[in-house]
Design a binder for this molecule. Sequence first.
Ligand SMILES: [Fe+2]
Length: 188
Amino acid sequence: MATVRIPDEDRTLTQEHEIRSYLSGVGITYEHWTPAHVLPDGASAQEVLAAYAPEIERLKAAGGYVAADVIDVAPDTPGLDTMLNRFSTEHWHDEDEVRFIVAGRGLFHIHPREGNVLSVTVEAGDLLRVPRGTWHWFDLCREKRIRAIRLFQDPSGWTPHYTESGTDRHYDPVCFGPSYIAPGGAIS
Ligand SMILES: [Fe+2]
């Protein structure tokens, strides 16, 4: 389950209904799919897409998406830092950013035109749709691992446009989530 954090209000949302409601209010679609399809750790991208074919087809029909793929990022992914740096500063796209998390986790920051910046820590089973034009940025969590299904209306529209506002520098890329509270109480 995702965790939403609004740092400027010192507010954290952990319940699915309040997460859906709050995100919907800023134009973001959130779903948590349970039960997620069980896949072996070594499942290929094709196996992931096959397992989630019904859900992918539903999203394609609803959002006009024409293509789906699987992105797989791990600490040893070549060029990882360069890849992450492209998306960890505030930007927008000319098409929706749709991600269903299969494994690992990640941190989206959303900057509504009106209202406070919020972060969404996503993990396996979470679907997030960030509409085209939404200001946002993305970081991995400490373990630098995520596997996600991506949906595209037009892959060429996915180039980031940077706002160069510097807003992202005011927010620490800290992942939240009740399942990640370490024995000593520290949140990773
Ligand atoms: Fe993006």
